[in-house]
Design a protein. Structure first.
Length: 649
């Protein structure tokens, strides 16, 4: 549970004439992580893809093109028999390809016509305000025609140049069409230029623009109907063939993966060698599978894992099902190396714990718990479900601390009797049970529920102590890791020295309080520093101040928690203050108050996912992992395929 799965390095050797059977067996087993072979100048060479791969590749391209045209999506369907799919693959591919090609060509033609109609409409639209046939704009020997946008009525200006003209002008659109004798065309052009004239291209069509546009709209509607009919045919094909397309895509992808396998394998003229890894407890299963597929002609042997191999070992988690969602957090940082402790089970406890300590509100816990359960049920994505499970764990922790703190959407459930009088609680008659005076801050009383806003100093000290415990767990895990990697001596000097340093500081504090001689703490501290120098060199003493900074970093637990409380309290104060606003209509202000209340708490709910999550994550990645975790392990990626749409009978 606290370490990755034990792995075995294996080598498979055989004659080339059984390579295809061997690859097929390994693929079906889905257990063997193949190490890609790189040519090193020896007699071993990278293999060549199987001959079937070329034809399969063409079919795969075609099926994916069809899937794209039909808009087939990755959905859950009833699994099909590979044999049944293969038997109809060629015929269905040809039929689908032909039908889709015809429909696609029709659609392309119609889309081109629509584009042409749109372009024509755009050209015609400015001329609809001038009710003239477009043939009247051209074909004159003695007349010049100006058509375009103009700023203001150009009649007075043109009249000063000539009286031999005809003007059509629409003041709303600014469109003007001027017919003038060619002798005066240059002068009229100068006048129009002063009026900021912008010429329009006259469409090469015949007829009145408004009538032409009406005709184009009818044509567009007819084309749209035809396109809808084509889309309906495509949708019918999609419904009919979706299962087949998904199953075919899966089968062909599997065949391509197998046909490309020799590119990862070492070969000679007559033999092959496959190097890789698999979980130790499944070695016998793989050995039997390969032997059965090749009638015992392929030889499988396990290899000793040497020290240089340790960094190459692919990592497969070995955690209980309840812990597996937290592996997503580990993957963000990096998988453990083979000899490291896998901290997934540790952060399964500490991540929700810190999240709950930060948020600690019954109301927000119930809202976010409902949200996580709903998303988990509605969304089938394998990427989303682990995240929702993590959120559920965090809300269970938040609910526990919400009860401990006695908080509900920023309200305190119990009344509190302090130096400044009584602070009423949400539940009438529920008083705080006072237990003892805080040993960390004068005037602060610890009771049930715990009032964070009245126990700030107590919580600051408590979170620092929690941090010290968390950090020292990290040092203990680091001690185990170092012992595994480099022996007990390295573990004592590199990680044990930090614990000795802390113990020395603790004894020095006790000495300062008069409980022990101060010299005892100083001696233990110096011993720890010497051990640290021996274990980590000069870097060790330089990092000594990080003990303080890392411990104080845990005070963010109370700081971020208080910020959430104050945001919620402010929303409550504004919302309920609006209801009792003097001189305002109660009904109207009540509506506004409800809006403010819902919006404010919705915003704070969103912040309640982000802020506690990020800060709890930081405490894992920086303060905790920094004490022991190296990471950087390779993912175990077995050669195989998890079938979703086909199933071997």
């Amino acid at each position: 549970m606290l370490k990755p799965k034990q792995m075995t390095r294996a080598v498979i050797v055989g004659h080339k004439n059984i390579l295809e059977e061997t690859v097929d067996a390994l693929h079906k087993a889905n257990l063997f992580h193949i190490e890609d072979f790189n040519e090193d100048g020896s007699d071993l060479k990278i293999g060549k893809p199987f001959e079937s791969g070329s034809e399969t590749s063409k079919k795969l391209v075609k099926i994916r093109s069809i899937a794209s045209l039909l808009g087939v999506k990755d959905v859950a369907v009833e699994k099909q028999s590979p044999a049944a799919v293969c038997s109809q693959l060629d015929n269905c591919l040809d039929t689908l390809d032909e039908e889709l090609e015809v429909l696609a060509e029709k659609k392309r033609v119609l889309e081109a016509e629509l584009k042409e109609i749109s372009s024509s409409r755009k050209e015609l639209l400015p001329f609809t305000t001038i009710d003239l046939d477009l043939d009247l704009y051209r074909g004159y020997e003695s007349l010049a025609v100006f058509a375009g946008h103009v700023k203001g009525d150009p009649t007075p200006s043109i009249s000063q140049v000539t009286s031999s003209y005809k003007l059509y002008y629409d003041q709303h659109s600014g469109i003007a069409v001027i017919f003038v004798i060619k002798d005066k065309a240059a002068e009229v052009s100068e006048v129009l230029a002063k009026a900021l004239f912008k010429e329009l291209k006259v469409p090469a069509l015949s007829g009145v623009p408004s009538e032409l546009i009406a005709g184009l709209e009818l044509k567009e509607a007819d084309i749209t109907r035809h396109m809808e009919a084509i889309d309906a045919e495509i949708e019918t094909l999609k419904l009919k063939y979706a299962d087949f397309i998904l199953a075919s895509n899966e089968l062909l992808s599997i065949e391509i993966e197998k046909s490309q396998a020799p590119l990862r394998i070492a070969t000679t003229e007559s033999s092959f060698l496959i190097d890789g890894w698999l979980p130790t407890d499944q070695y016998s299963e793989m050995e039997q599978t390969v032997s059965a597929a090749t009638n015992g002609r392929a030889f499988v042997s396990s290899q000793e894992i040497t020290k240089p191999d340790i960094k190459k070992v692919p990592i497969e988690y070995d955690n209980p099902k309840v812990v597996t969602p937290l592996q997503e957090i580990m993957n963000l940082y990096g998988r453990p190396t083979y000899k490291e402790i896998d901290p997934s089970s540790l952060i399964f406890i500490t991540f929700p714990l810190f999240y709950g300590m930060i948020l600690g509100d019954i109301g927000y816990a119930l809202i976010l718990l409902g949200f996580a359960l709903a998303i988990k049920k509605l969304v089938s994505s394998d990427a989303v479900k682990p995240l929702m499970n993590i959120l559920i764990y965090c809300q269970i922790s938040t609910l526990f601390f919400g009860i401990l703190y006695g908080e509900f959407l920023g309200y305190s459930l119990a009344s509190y009797h302090g130096e400044h009088g009584t602070t009423p609680g949400l539940i009438q008659g529920f008083d705080t049970i006072e237990l003892l005076a805080s040993p960390f801050a004068a005037g602060e009383i610890i009771g049930f529920p715990l009032h964070r806003t009245h126990l700030v100093m107590t919580f600051i000290v408590a979170t620092v102590l929690v941090g010290l415990i968390h950090i020292n767990i990290g040092y203990l895990v680091g001690f185990i890791n170092e012992n595994r990697k480099h022996g007990i001596s390295a573990a004592i000097f590199e990680k044990g020295s930090w614990i000795v340093v802390e113990f020395g500081i603790l004894l020095a504090v006790l000495g300062y309080l008069g409980m022990l001689p101060v010299i005892v703490g100083a001696i233990v501290f110096l011993i720890g520093v010497v051990m640290l120098v021996k274990g980590e060199g000069v870097k060790g003493p330089v990092e000594l101040p990080s003990l303080l900074s890392n411990s104080l970093s845990y005070t963010r637990i109370i700081a971020v928690g208080l910020s959430s409380i104050y945001i919620a309290s402010t929303v409550n104060l504004i919302a309920f203050g609006m209801i009792w606003q003097p001189g305002s209509p109660i009904g109207v202000m009540t509506i506004f108050a409800i809006v403010v209340f819902i919006f404010g708490h919705t915003l704070n709910t969103a912040l309640s996912i982000i802020a506690p999550g990020l800060h709890a994550l930081r405490l894992q990645y920086v303060e905790f992992f920094g004490k022991f975790y190296e990471g950087g392990g390779r993912k175990y990626d077995p050669f195989g395929y998890i079938r979703k749409y086909t199933e071997e009978k």
